[in-house]
Design a protein around this ligand. Structure first.
Ligand code: FMN
Length: 405
């Protein structure tokens, strides 16, 4: 998707600039032509020579330098760009861009370009959460710029919080979406997706949960929306940002999820249940915090409703119902039996004992089992790419279904 695309990469003066050497190298491996602009601040963190060698192009470090290769005018790169990526984007750059300043090569290029602009803020969490920075980000988004949100974690300033620049592979995934053919193959379809794990209360402060992050379900919801579907995402608690362009409903427990899923089910054409719903809940939850004492504590668990089985019973012939099976052993056998018992059209089976698959990682390794007995092994790929593969198989089933009606 990035082959022969001219990517102008603006690097500003944040610690995360060191990641840009890897970023440029990966962009080039994807076939992109990378043109780097280093702000004055950035030059304290990454050397022009390194960027020149790794990008294979001259690096712009000043508006006043003479670079024959670009036939430099201050807007040469603005015109050349198929896409501009600013990574990392400092608080200072965001403020200058929001104000429309053009006092160096990067801000001038940003003001002059008609290409899509992606920006990946990276900074100390207080700087990021400061209303001034947030207002600047809002202003840039309203202008049509695409925010690649920072991750949470340990920051270079020694604190924990939001503000870490996503890894180069994630930045590349974000910009690749821009060049994906805009196919509206799911336009007119209502798609219901569930995601993340549920939480079953023990008392007002404790719960039983699971390791599901919601990444797979959120990726499917995003991909369906991008393909033109009207999407409802029902999500258990998740640290992921709320995806734009869809109806997002947040729940805690399996019973909350059941209620909302049943409400939305009859008006849905396609239902994809990627949530990790707790099979059990605590029988006698306490209204007050359970106090510690010297004896053992026994929790009695009772069965939660089986939402997927209920949906399988309610399912109309024109509806497509997809379930997930996360197993650590006998994967195909369990998945096959779940497919049949719950009257599913397809099941996505993943072996969660594999460190590259399943909970809380960005990749997944799955098998797709269908009612006709077929089993398709999908190679390891990112959950974002996988979402499109799953939806393409769902659409094959939907189209076959339509032909039978
Ligand atoms: C060691 C060091 C690390 C810095 N890291 C960041 C950072 O991660 N994010 C940020 O917004 N500013 C950071 N700054 C402050 C910027 O470098 C400063 O605001 C500078 O003016 C940015 O210029 P530029 O946006 O033109 O690159 C850092 C400063 C220093 C000295």
């Amino acid at each position: 998707m990035l082959k022969n695309k001219n990517i102008v990469l603006g690097v500003t003066g944040g610690i995360a600039a060191y990641k840009c050497v890897d970023l440029v190298s990966r962009l080039r491996k994807k076939g992109a032509e990378v043109h780097v602009i280093l702000t004055k601040g950035a030059q304290n963190f990454v050397a022009e020579t390194a960027m020149r060698e790794i990008s294979g192009n001259s690096v712009v470090t000043s508006m006043w330098q003479d670079i024959p290769h670009y036939d430099v005018e201050h807007i040469a790169l603005a015109n050349l760009a198929d896409l501009v990526l600013i990574a990392p984007a400092t608080a200072n750059l965001l403020a200058k861009a929001a104000a429309g300043m053009a006092d160096d090569m990067l801000t001038t290029t940003l003001l002059a370009t008609k290409a899509p602009v992606f920006f990946a803020p990276a900074m100390n969490s207080n700087m990021y959460e400061n209303p001034v920075t947030q207002n600047n980000i809002c202003a840039l988004q309203q202008r049509g710029w695409h925010l690649i949100p920072p991750a949470s974690g340990h920051l270079a300033c020694g604190t924990d919080g939001i503000g870490r620049m996503p890894e180069p592979s994630e930045l590349i995934e974000a910009v690749e979406g821009c060049f994906r053919p805009k196919c509206r193959s799911m336009a007119g379809l209502r798609v219901l997706v569930t995601a993340a794990g549920t939480r079953e209360p023990i008392d007002p402060v404790r719960y039983i949960g699971n390791r599901s992050s919601g990444k797979m379900g959120y990726a499917i919801a995003r991909a369906a929306a991008e393909l033109g579907a009207e999407v409802t995402l029902i999500s258990g608690p998740s640290a992921l940002p709320v995806p734009p362009g869809m109806n997002v409903l947040q729940v805690e427990s399996a019973r909350d999820m059941r209620r909302l899923v049943l409400d939305a089910f009859s008006s849905s054409d396609i239902v994809i249940k990627a949530a990790a719903v707790s099979d059990y809940r605590v029988k006698n939850t306490s209204d007050h915090k359970i106090k510690k004492n010297d004896t053992e504590l026994t929790l009695v668990l009772e069965k939660n409703p089986d939402i997927l089985r209920e949906l399988g019973q309610l399912k109309q012939p024109q509806q497509i119902l997809v379930g997930f099976a996360a197993e650590t052993q006998n994967l195909v056998q369990y998945a096959q039996s779940k497919l049949e018992k719950k009257n599913l059209d397809m099941i996505v089976a993943n072996d969660v004992s594999n460190p590259k698959a399943g909970f809380n990682v960005d990749t997944n390794l799955i098998k797709l089992l269908k009612r006709d007995g077929s089993i398709e092994e999908i190679p390891l790929m990112s959950k974002k790419e996988l979402a499109y593969v799953i939806l393409s198989r769902v659409m094959e089933l939907k189209n076959m279904n339509g032909a039978i009606e």
